[in-house]
Design a protein around this ligand. Sequence first.
Ligand SMILES: [Zn+2]
Length: 434
Amino acid sequence: MKLLIKQGTVVDPTGGLKGKMDFLLEDGRIKCIGSELYEPRAQVLNAEGCCVAPGLVDMHVHLRDPGFTDKEDIITGTAAAARGGFTSIACMANTRPVADSPEIIQYIRDKAHRQGSGTLVWPVAALSVGEKGQEMTDFRALKEAGAVALSDDGVPVMNANLMRDALLKAARAGLPILCHEEDRDMVQNYAVHEGRVSRQLGIHGRPAIAEEIMIMRDAMLAEETGQPVHICHISTEKGVAIVRRYKKRGVKITCETCPQYFTLTHEQVLLQGSLARVNPPLRPTRDRDAILEGLVDGTIDCIVTDHAPHTASEKALPLTEAPSGMVGLETSLALSLTRLYHTGLMSLEQVIQRMSTNPAKLLGLSKGWIGIGADADLTIFDPNESWVIDPVQFRSKGRNTPFAGTRVKGRVKYTIVGGRIIFADEGERCSMPM
Ligand SMILES: [Zn+2]
């Protein structure tokens, strides 16, 4: 099958491609890029007014399958990913059973392959058996089964000795470790950031230091072992400062953040209660501004969603009882473009680098670039289309977003994996001239 994309504006974070181009996709790869391509046997897709970027890669998604399929499953989760422009996603291991065995990794891959939307699913395996933080899983066997990284995400690894051993062993197995950084004793099961809002509500909070102390520990372990660590969903000013400092010293440390941390502050909890509950929690303005700075100067390598669907009844519980997390797959690109590109803080290339190129590289995937011979995984979006986020339209089972009713600018038009269109926006053609 051949697909010819006409007149799309290329967004190329790695090479020098610029301007309006045609792209011929054949046999799962980009066969040709040029200004006036012609191929009579190809399906033609008009991308006038749209950007053509390497497919988005989200390295932090909770698909909830197996075990919590009332919240989400692999079918709905990958459908949401396709609608959000994601051609590859990595799914976290805190399922039931926990993805700590080759069998569960295999189950996820098989189901995604057979019943998924076409978005490629790359499983993250648990670092410790049952995510209990005591005994390491079999890294090699998990890698052979198809795991691309290791993480006990959701359950911070409190045992520093285990983390140290795991870093050494993971490096030998060729798997990156992704760290959810919150000291469990300091955060307990508290709902919000410890500060003005928690005091106003008269409830316990999760202090920033709980995250920073763990980032510091793992930065030091990375330096001492010489092995890479990746910090998940960074949310505080000092956390960003630690990563910046250790990067400057040549330590192999990388990190990610999510749209909620560069868009919202803890004040949102006063407006939306449980819907604004997430781990780590939304922080004060200073922290949010530091996240923006870290994104702009490259300290923060990746934008991920931490897509964490929950049922409506779970999120209807009072703030202190509701589960933490928000969905993100179907709003991430629009929120990122609105907050980072349309404000002039970052170029389109910089945004796509953090949403595609860098996460692909960290996971060791041959994705995240555009050029002749590259995998034909592409995201086509209209950077200027304005729309209002409406959770009713979501393909995810989860409707738990604090962004309902928010006007955003930038909309996914087509998602293409292996040269095949896996999502097309109903409006079809791109609407606005750039
Ligand atoms: Zn996490």
